[in-house]
Design a protein around this ligand. Structure first.
Ligand code: CO8
Length: 258
């Protein structure tokens, strides 16, 4: 792929957005490649963790590509937003756990793609923001929806209306990122989190992901019902018998379902 670098080690795939001269800005070509990459990956049972990062030390993703959007018509803008929505929704809902390794600027579409990941780990040097209103547009890759769900409506409105750029500490304080680490430890921290998750039941983790995601769009009673039926479903897996059996027999569990 022209704009993505993919490196698979064991059950962890590292996907790096690789357009460092444009601070890894997302153009249509990159979004197309990312969609194709994720579509193939979601069907693979040998990959359980996906780490997403940006090439270079300066930027994770500095947003959608402004040079491509500048002369785009409304119809083209809509098509680009739809392409991103399809790609980010796939990332959000695929069975693999996604970890954003935020290694620098995560602005506009960059903050939005990080928010579509399950977990965000930020380098101390990372910066976040939704600068769209300063460009005469609004967030179009999910920012108006995912940011408010993550940090609350009031904080999301402030960030989107003021276009303020916030540092990793502030992003952590408001719940936008899960963890902050020194820049040189970022990838190790993401792999360590991936390895920790790999020790748990793969099917159980992906089921929990599905229930958490679906529950966010439901009323509490419907979400609890979904949890109960999914909990019941987990009782039909090999991992449930193995996990509980291993506990009772005081031995390490061999969890294999995914
Ligand atoms: N798009 C295209 N090129 C970019 C982008 C971008 N988003 N960001 C940086 N670049 C390019 C610069 O143009 C520059 O290129 P060149 O060397 O050819 O002049 C190169 O990357 C380096 O950038 P800077 O010289 O500006 O680097 P600085 O260190 O001075 O500044 C910043 C770094 C602060 C990150 C600065 O580059 C910046 O503000 N970038 C734009 C950030 C931004 O506004 N992002 C939001 C874009 S809008 C968006 O994401 C909307 C998503 C929804 C779209 C809806 C569908 C249509």
């Amino acid at each position: 792929m022209k704009n993505l670098t993919i490196d698979i080690q064991g059950q962890i795939a590292l996907v790096q957005i690789n357009r460092p001269k444009a601070l890894n800005a997302l153009n249509s070509e990159t979004l197309d490649e990312l969609y194709a990459c994720l579509k193939e990956m979601e069907l693979r049972r040998d990959i359980r963790i996906l780490i997403l990062t940006g090439a270079g030390t300066k930027a994770f993703v500095a947003g959608a590509d402004i040079s491509e959007m500048h002369q785009a018509t409304a119809v083209e803008g809509l098509a680009m937003a739809r392409l991103a929505d399809r790609t980010f929704s796939l990332l959000e809902n695929m069975p693999q756990v996604s970890i954003a390794a935020v290694n620098g600027y995560a602005l506009g579409g960059g903050c939005e793609i990080a928010m579509a990941c399950d977990i965000r780990v930020a380098a101390e040097t990372a910066k976040f923001g939704q600068p769209e209103c300063g460009l005469g547009i609004i967030p179009g890759f999910g920012g108006t929806q995912r940011l408010s769900r993550l940090v609350g409506k009031g904080r999301a409105k402030e960030l989107i209306f003021t276009c303020d750029m916030i540092d990793a500490q502030e992003a952590y304080r408001i719940g936008l990122v899960n963890q902050i680490v020194p820049a040189e430890e970022l990838m190790d921290a993401c792999y360590a989190m991936g390895q920790k998750i790999l020790k748990k039941g793969g099917y159980a983790v992906s089921l929990a992901k599905r229930v958490i995601n679906a529950g966010m769009d439901m009323d509490l009673a419907s979400g609890l019902e979904l949890e109960a039926t999914s909990f019941g479903l987990a009782f039909s897996t090999h991992d449930k018998y193995e996990g509980m059996g291993a506990f009772l027999e005081k031995r390490p569990a061999q969890l294999t379902d995914f």
